[in-house]
Design a protein around this ligand. Structure first.
Ligand code: BG6
Length: 484
């Protein structure tokens, strides 16, 4: 943890989508709960010319649209924290004026500056240069970066080098917003705050793991970005690999930034380069979701494209703990429901005393709901009540914890609330370290290279289905069904 608390937050891309949908609402919600430093000044910057009051009006409209009324508190108090300075970040010229604005916002003796870059990655390098020139990269400045951090290992390394030229790693905060989700952090509690799971959390007892991140949305107006990225880069490279790392990592020695990230990176480095035959890609065609007709990807895009909107991968973590345990990953747009979940499938008991009775014995499984349901369900076998004249009958019964019921009084927060607060405080535990990002890209690049080598193009699937049939075949040939 770096020592200073930020009392100024400089937001690049302040008029953009992320800022309006997530960052401003998160900051306002924190303010409403009295969690922001009292004197925190927020300086927005973007290309458009705007006065402070125009920026505040834009922010007010965003809050009214994206933050529930009961979480807004006194919006006026929050809006008063905001000022705005326009800037063309691709040239050095405007940075002195920006630095003046930051200066004017004032700072206490022990306060510092947190900079949040939510702009196109092509602007990262010029922005860092501009900040350097204007003296905004000193010891009491933290740099926070939003994805996408590159499109492959090489471009990601370039971005990381550019940032590293101005900031040491301990002042760089790379966002993966999944780490800000309460249920994702709860994975650590489930695994490491309970004695039950750790002794059986390995290939002796676990048969396979499934991670699904399904979305019902399509392109959402992000045409150019998404068509260049595709599901593998957009979802697997970051969010899904972080989930996998949290499931597969060794117990860290503490809940500290170095300890947690050291263990995650070991898992990411142990990922075996996937073979094309262990991957499936798909692209949606017109269909219906929840009774609503939706257009196909090519129609939304307005042209043909080979970008995958779905991918399923059989991944392997080549280490002692996970030898022979497949991790099936699956993500896609325009699937039947929005659900993120992790299924841990255990092995059968080594010897069944109910053999030959047709008892219906099944292996246990643990289902961890990340969103929208926040449930943890352990399926156990139980005896069906009765006199057993035809032998014992067994049935799966769920041992279920519904987190919202267990913690009814707790506020449900936007993932960015936690991350912004940690950025202000300087706690890196829930931010991604450079070596993690690079290990993630290395694995993703290996898959893309396989796709290129084998000329893989996405198979079609109907919007509202669970992806191409090949995704079902990917698991069925191992005798495994996707959890639905
Ligand atoms: C983003 C992706 O990182 O995550 C989007 O770029 C995706 O394509 C989003 O929709 C999903 O986030 P969440 O929090 O809605 O699951």
């Amino acid at each position: 943890m770096t020592e200073f608390k930020a009392d100024r937050l400089l937001l690049f891309g302040a008029t953009g989508d992320l800022s309006r949908r997530k960052l401003l609402p998160s900051l306002c919600a924190l303010d409403a709960d009295g969690l922001l430093p009292e004197d925190l000044a927020i300086i927005g910057t973007a290309r458009s010319e705007m006065t402070d009051s125009e920026f505040r009006n834009m922010a007010r409209a965003a809050l009214e649209e994206f933050l529930p009324a009961e979480r807004r508190g006194s919006m006026a108090q929050f809006l008063n924290r905001l000022t705005y300075q326009d800037l063309d970040a691709s040239t050095l010229e405007g940075f002195d004026a920006l630095a003046e604005r930051v200066e004017e916002a004032g700072s206490s003796e022990d306060g510092g500056l947190a900079i949040f870059l939510s702009t196109a990655p092509s602007l990262f390098e010029p922005t860092i240069k501009g900040l350097q020139k204007a003296g905004l990269t000193g010891e009491k400045v933290r740099m926070c970066l939003e994805k996408p951090l590159g499109t492959d290992l090489e471009s990601s390394a370039e971005i990381n080098d550019a940032v590293a030229a101005a900031f040491p790693e301990k002042r760089i905060f790379r966002i993966d917003h999944y780490l800000g989700k309460e249920t994702v952090q709860n994975l650590l509690a489930l695994r490491f705050a309970n004695i039950l799971f750790e002794p059986i959390w390995n290939s002796n007892v676990i048969e396979h793991v499934q991670i699904t991140v399904a979305e019902t949305v399509g392109l959402e107006g992000r045409v150019a970005f998404y068509d260049d990225a595709g599901a593998l880069r957009d979802m697997v490279q970051n969010h899904m690999l972080q989930l996998l790392a949290l499931v597969a990592m060794e117990p860290p020695t503490s809940f500290g930034a170095t300890a947690v990230r050291d263990e995650k990176v070991k898992v990411l480095r142990a990922l075996r380069p996937a073979e094309a035959s262990e991957t499936v890609t798909g692209q949606y065609r017109a269909g219906a979701i929840g009774g609503q007709a939706v257009p196909g990807y090519d129609e939304e895009l307005g042209k043909d494209s080979d970008t995958e909107t779905f991918t399923a991968i059989k991944a392997h973590v080549d280490n002692w703990r996970w030898k022979g345990v497949p991790f099936y990953l699956r993500t896609g747009k325009r699937l039947p429901e929005r659900v993120t979940e992790i299924l841990v499938q255990f092995r059968c008991v080594p010897h069944s005393i109910f053999e030959g009775m047709g008892a219906g014995l099944k292996p246990n499984k643990l289902l961890i709901g990340i969103q929208p349901e926040e449930d943890i369900t352990l399926s156990l076998m139980a005896k069906v009540p009765g006199l057993d004249e035809d032998g014992v009958r067994l049935r799966e019964v769920p041992l279920k914890i519904a987190m919202p019921d267990a913690f009814a009084e707790a506020e449900r927060r936007i993932a960015y609330e936690r991350l912004l607060l940690d950025l202000i405080k300087g706690d890196q535990t829930l931010f991604v370290r450079r070596d993690e990002v690079e290990a993630q890209w290395q694995w993703i690049d290996s898959i893309r290279a396989e796709w290129d080598k084998h000329g893989v193009t996405p198979k079609t699937y109907t919007a509202g289905s669970w992806g191409p049939t090949a995704a079902i075949a990917l698991t069925e040939r191992d005798g495994v069904s996707w959890h639905e």
